[in-house]
Write a protein that binds this ligand. Structure first.
Ligand SMILES: *[C@@H]1O[C@H](CO)[C@@H](O)[C@H](O)[C@H]1NC(C)=O
Length: 214
């Protein structure tokens, strides 16, 4: 569930970059419908939440009331080659909120995928042309990735991903120390939650699961 630039290479996949310079970040999370279902296939409820520049992906109260999909320009969540049972899925979202002042539309969507138990792989939504006017990384590629893991936990249940709630884009002064609190939670009450700071080359403090191996 990190947001960062691509490490190493750009993968040439048939991505339609429609909203390229308008992306404002997002998260992909998941949980099992039934955490006691630990054999054969596990039904996972996958949630995606993204923000876009409102001038490009418009949303107002009428959009929310109408319940229509936004930002469905053909972008997709792809999967690492280690799981063929993942169905490539759209990143279209239903608008849930917007900010006129920050020029942002945000929304989310949910869907179910059936994944074999005892498997793990990465999924991701990625494209190019991150925010242009930045001190570091302006105009770079970006990726929202998520590790799916249906390996049965030591307590006998299927895991759920952690959740983090934060503004997607936060402006900070350069060369000043800042404290930024990220709200985190997890269905699995005993799990230890850690944040990782992403760089263009990997993570600063943990294993990097961003291996597409395509
Ligand atoms: C959850 O899965 C277990 C194991 O397959 C099953 O016994 C139970 O009935 C399921 N619960 C629900 C609500 O479907």
């Amino acid at each position: 569930m990190t947001i960062r630039g691509f490490p190493f290479v750009f993968l040439f996949l048939p991505i339609t970059i429609v909203y390229a310079s308008h992306f404002r970040g997002g998260t992909i999370t998941w949980r099992p419908w039934n955490d006691s279902q630990t054999t054969s296939n596990v039904q996972l409820l996958v949630r995606q939440r993204y923000s876009w520049r409102r001038g490009s992906v418009y949303c107002d109260d009428a959009t929310i009331a109408s319940g229509s999909l936004i930002a469905n320009g053909g972008n997709a969540i792809y999967v690492s080659s280690t799981c063929s049972s993942w169905t490539i899925s759209t990143t279209a979202i239903y608008c849930t909120d917007y900010s006129v002042g920050f020029d942002v539309s945000s929304g989310e969507s949910f869907y179910t995928q059936s994944i074999p138990a005892n498997t793990q792989f990465s999924i991701g939504f990625y494209s190019g042309a991150w925010l242009g006017v930045l001190v570091v990384g302006g105009g770079e590629k970006w990726a929202v990735t998520c590790r799916i893991n249906t390996i049965v936990r030591p307590n006998g249940y299927i895991n759920s991903s952690p959740l983090a709630t934060t503004l997607r884009v936060i402006y900070k002064a350069v060369n000043q120390q800042h404290v930024h609190v990220i709200q985190m939670s997890d269905n699995d009450g005993t799990d230890t939650l850690k944040c990782r700071w992403a760089t263009s080359a990997g993570n600063t403090n943990s294993y990097d699961e961003w291996c597409w191996c395509l």
